[in-house]
Design a protein around this ligand. Structure first.
Ligand code: NAD
Length: 357
């Protein structure tokens, strides 16, 4: 992989490699763009097969964070970290604290939080080594688990899509097929079940499936989830699951989920559009977590009411995306990118005006 070429083409500023064999740490931290503020994004702990897989993932994820914060009108840039390890077997206090020391060397250019394979409990270890961490437990004065509001935002995004497709935003009796039943899917499911939706769920971890069954969901084989007939297909596991092999299998009217980087390529967003499937751009509707931490890092004291109110506005953000998509006759994914890029370029311009500090 030609890393510099990739970074130049996609606008990345920096990538950091971190190694400490004694604790099994092999990590990459990527900072995509800091025009709007410090790069904020979670640390993913995942057993990548190759270094190239990990680098590509961290570069794609960090870029998505830039777009997510830009579209959510948050003063953050985009960053992400990945640790090449199995969180269920390899994660230790020493590994997390060593990772945190590397985060600290970036002096606040990157602020870390949770993602797949990391939890708020892990952040307590990280906070022992760096103050550049957010999403801390509520008991420690933080804003708590980011997935709570991410789940709320995904649900609000689904409702806005339902309104556009079926004329009513009620999800009662709608069938939602969820791929992955981790932290975000669980939180989203709670809202869906409360409203009377039916859930079909797949996961590769039996513990997650047990929880889904207890909540009343029907379990589907991991690969079979693409083929089920449903109203909303909801990718809530890893990225790249919407691609030229899976899209032709979908039997839904809407795709709306919590996973980051759902589209493998831009062409996949265009293909969903061509097929008449409404795609809720991932970073528009999964922004609840970053909105929550923006309230923790802001100048005023954290308030759950404020964070919830801001997350509920994802409904309007999704409606704006649909408006731009239909006005400019472009797929929703492209509409979201256009909105985010317009914000970044307008802020870059105003930064050109000198003011004394
Ligand atoms: P998680 O680790 O709690 O859950 C992910 C789940 O997906 C796990 O249960 C895992 O077993 C399952 N999974 C993995 N591969 C699968 C496959 N092929 N088929 C079915 N299930 C599979 O992580 P999470 O925090 O819920 O995050 C889920 C997604 O949402 C990720 O893409 C993450 O980047 C994104 N996201 C999370 C947040 C947040 O606040 N946690 C915010 C925004 C976006």
């Amino acid at each position: 992989m030609d890393i510099f070429k990739y970074m130049e083409e996609h606008g990345h500023e920096q990538i950091v490699m971190c190694s400490e064999p004694s604790v099994g740490l092999r990590a990459f931290i990527a900072i995509h763009d800091t025009t709007l503020g410090p790069a904020v994004g979670g640390v993913r702990i995942w057993p990548y097969e190759t270094e190239e897989d990990a680098i590509l993932d961290v570069l794609r994820l960090s870029r998505a964070m830039t777009y997510k914060s830009a579209a959510a009108h948050i003063p953050f840039g985009g960053g992400k970290a990945v640790i090449m390890a199995d969180s269920r077997k390899d994660k230790t206090e020493a590994m997390l604290r060593t990772y945190a020391r590397y985060v600290d060397t970036l002096g606040g250019r990157y602020i870390t939080t949770t993602d797949v394979g990391s939890s708020t409990m892990d952040l307590e270890y990280i906070a022992l080594e760096t103050k550049h961490v957010t999403g801390m437990p509520i008991s420690m004065g933080g804003s708590g688990d980011t997935s709570t509001l991410t789940g709320l935002g995904v649900y609000m995004g689904m409702k806005a899509c339902a309104k556009a497709v079926w004329g009513s935003d009620s999800l009662s009796d709608r069938t939602v097929a969820m791929q992955g039943f981790g932290k975000v899917a669980y939180r989203t499911a709670k809202h869906l079940l409360k409203e009377g939706a039916n859930l079909l769920v797949s996961d590769i971890y039996t513990g997650a499936l047990e929880t889904a069954k207890e909540m009343g969901a029907t379990v589907v084989e991991p690969d079979g989830i693409y083929d089920v007939t449903c109203d909303i297909f909801s990718p809530c596991a890893l990225g790249g699951t919407l691609n030229d092999r899976t899209i032709p299998r979908l039997r839904c009217s809407v795709v709306a989920g919590g996973a980051n980087n759902q589209l493998l390529t831009d062409e996949d967003g265009a293909e969903l559009h061509r097929r008449g499937i409404l795609y809720a751009p991932d970073y528009i509707i999964n922004a609840g977590g970053i909105i929550n931490v923006s309230c923790e890092l802001g100048d005023v004291a954290y308030s759950v009411e404020r964070a919830t109110e801001m997350t509920e506005r994802i409904y309007e953000a999704m409606e704006r995306t649909l408006h731009v998509s239909s006005r400019d006759e472009i797929p929703t994914a492209q509409a979201a990118d256009r909105m985010a890029e317009e914000r970044i370029s307008s802020v870059r311009q105003l930064r050109g005006i000198y003011r004394s500090r």
